[in-house]
Design a protein around this ligand. Sequence first.
Ligand SMILES: [Zn+2]
Length: 301
Amino acid sequence: MKRGPAGLLLACAAACVGAARPARAYVRYYTEAGAPFAWSEATLPVTAYVRDFDQQTMTSDQVLDAVTSAAAAWSAAQNACTYLTLEPAISDDPPPRAVNDAHNSLIFRNTSWCQLAPDGSCEIDYDASALAFTWDTANKMTGQIYDADIEVNLVDFQWADVVADPSQRDDMDLQNALTHEMGHFVGLDHTCFNPLSAGTGPRPKDNTGAPVPDCDVAPAAVQQTTMYPSAMPGDTQKRTLSPDDQAGLCGIYPAGQRPPGDGPLRGGCTQCAAGGGQPAPLELAVTGALVIWAGRRRRRT
Ligand SMILES: [Zn+2]
C-alpha cells in the first residue's frame, strides 16, 4: 500500500497526542543517600487505636469504615496491578507514641498535637493547620521502610463521614484524609511542591525525572491526585486513587513481582539482611510527611 500524506498526518497526530498527554506521574520519598522508600513485605499490618476518637460527629462504625476503606484503596483487592495489601486491625488499647518500634500505628490525637516525649509531654508542637502526619522510618542506604505511623489531628479539626452524613460537609472527611496518609505510608510523597510549607526540602522530582509543580498552580490532573497535599472541608476526592496514584502504587509494588521480603533468603537469613534485626538509629531516615493542610481551620470548642 502506498503511504500518502494522510498516513503521515495520522501517524503524526497519534504521536502528538501521545506526547501531549502527561505521563502517569508519582513522587516517592528518597533517603539522603538517594534510595527510594519502599516496604519489602507484601502485607503491611497497621493497628488503628480508636479509643481516643471521641468526636460525636462520627459513629465508631464510621471510624472503622474510614480506616478499612482507606487501607483497601491502596491494596491488591482494589488494584489488580499491585501485590501490596494493607491489613488494618482495630485496638481499644491506649495508643503508643509515633516512634520507630516496628509496629505500624494509626493514632488519633485528641488532647495534644505535638511530638510526644517518652513521659507524654509535648516535645515539638506540630503545625495546627496540618490535618494529619505520617512518619515513615526507613534504612538510609536501601530505603527499606521499617515502620510507619499515622497521627490524626482531632485537636484542631472536626471529622466526619461526609458521604454518609452530607449535612456535615463543613467537617473534614476522615476517609479522605486517611487515604492520603496511607499513600505516605506506602512511601509516596506529595505530587506538588509548596515552597511556603515549613520544613520543606528541595523541590522533589517525579518518577519521570520532572520537577513537581508548585501546588497552587498545579494542573488539574495533579490537584485531583490523592497525594495532592491540600483538602477542604467536605472534600472526598482523595478517597479514590487517581490514575497517577495507582501508577505509584503499582510502579513500586507491581503485581507479578515477588516482594523483596518474600524471597527465599529472607527466611534463612533474618539477621543478616539489610533490614534484619533492629537497625541502629544512624541507619534511619525518618520522614515526617506534612500531610494535608486544610483550606481553613476548624477549631473545636
Ligand atoms: Zn501529605
